[in-house]
Design a protein around this ligand. Structure first.
Ligand SMILES: Nc1ncnc2c1ncn2[C@@H]1O[C@H](COP(=O)(O)OP(=O)(O)O)[C@@H](O)[C@H]1O
Ligand SMILES: [Mg+2]
Length: 363
């Protein structure tokens, strides 16, 4: 049986938070659509958990408003808001069976008589594929199974919004991938608006409809994974999400063409510099896969670099190179296309056809 949840709209309007004198969340505006899966992505300490606790109603923000379906929910408890929250450490009751853990919230909130609660528990355990484990205790389950119990317990009370704080942080890599797929499947099936905190950029990019990138309490960019990766709004986003080689350069415009001259020498041509197309000092953010090695005939539009290290990484080859001023940069190419390279070889690097590295105005 399918649980019917209609996704709720979540709006943050100028949400900020201070602990004493320290501002840890700064004027965040976000509009999250019903049924959307959004991740809050950023380095440790940037305010992700604080923001999630504010959304949950576990912490009252210093400034701004949180609205669910246009209603200001400031002052409402998590249950009154209809939000469910799952933490990294599961927080299951060790002395209760799986069944009793899932029933707990339903009983505490008196959501139905005994028979109705039993039915909901059965349905939830089937949803997370743990029906045979109903009578087990948490210690008799693997980490992934325990996290599925925690999800079932949270979803059993039919929240309007699901909040997840690094829910997969304690799992090893293979199990993480299974659980990522599992969470996404459940989320789609229930059409429940979901906000997940993570510091893992791959997890954010692979799971989300949209990603909110946070840095030191501020929202740097809120967009689809593809746009975040292809069109980072700042040098911080370019380097935090994926790998980017940052190069200081001068941007010139000749007729309708753009040329950049990196400080280290050489030149790179660009067709459509974004977000900054203003001639002057800029920072280029070039992805490892945007480089290509060229022969001497194309030298005019290239940089000179010396090969340091060649690393096979699964299907790709990652090459560490040094520019003339000692700046270290990374290039990657499909292993199938690999040419033989050795430490100390001097090569010319240009931009791959169609590559559009991000260009930022110099601060
Ligand atoms: N209860 C608290 N009192 C004071 N400072 C706190 C408290 N909780 C978190 N902080 C601080 O707020 C900042 C953001 O923390 P947090 O939201 O947990 O970051 P994240 O989840 O992104 O790692 C950190 O500098 C942290 O030390
Ligand atoms: Mg945290």
């Amino acid at each position: 049986m399918k649980q019917v949840t209609t996704g709720a709209r979540l709006s943050l309007k100028g949400v900020g938070h201070r602990f004493g004198e320290t501002r840890v969340v700064n004027a965040i505006d976000l509009e999250i659509d019903p049924g959307e899966f959004v991740t809050l992505l950023g380095p440790s300490g940037c305010g992700k958990s604080t923001l999630l606790r504010i959304l949950a109603g576990l912490l009252k923000q210093s400034d701004g408003q949180v609205c669910i379906n246009e209603q200001d929910v400031t002052g409402l408890s998590p249950a009154e808001r209809g939000v469910g929250i799952v933490f990294q450490n599961y927080a299951l009751f060790p002395h209760m069976t799986v069944q009793a853990n899932v029933a707990y919230g339903l009983q505490a909130q008196r959501l139905g008589d005994r028979q109705a609660i039993e039915q909901t528990v059965e349905k939830m355990l089937a949803t997370v594929k743990l029906s045979e484990f109903a009578k087990r205790y948490p210690r008799e389950l693997s980490g992934g199974q325990q996290q599925r119990v925690a999800l079932a317990r949270t979803l059993a009370v039919n929240p309007r919004i699901l909040l997840l704080d690094e829910p997969l942080g304690a799992l090893d890599k293979n199990l993480r991938l299974d659980m990522q797929i599992e969470i996404r499947r459940l989320q789609r099936e229930l059409n429940i608006t979901t906000i997940m905190v993570t510091h893992d950029q791959e997890e954010a990019l692979s799971m989300s409809d949209r990603v909110a990138v946070l840095n030191a309490g501020k929202l740097e960019q809120f967009d689809t994974p593809t746009t975040i990766y292809d069109r980072p709004a700042s040098a911080f986003v370019a380097t935090f999400v994926g790998t980017a080689n940052l190069l200081e350069a001068q941007l010139f415009k000749h007729d309708e063409r753009f040329v950049t001259q990196p400080k280290v020498g050489g030149a790179l041509t660009l067709s459509d510099p974004k977000p900054c197309a203003q001639p002057g000092p800029v920072v280029l953010a070039i992805r490892p896969e945007q480089w290509v090695m060229v022969g001497d005939e194309a030298k005019k539009h290239s940089l000179v670099a010396t090969v340091q290290l060649v690393m096979p990484l699964g299907p790709a080859l990652v090459i560490d190179l040094l520019l003339q001023d000692g700046t270290s940069i990374k290039l990657s190419m499909p292993r199938a296309q690999a040419v033989s390279l050795e430490h100390g070889m001097v090569v010319n690097l240009s931009l791959r056809e169609g590559a559009q590295p991000a260009v930022f105005a110099s601060a």
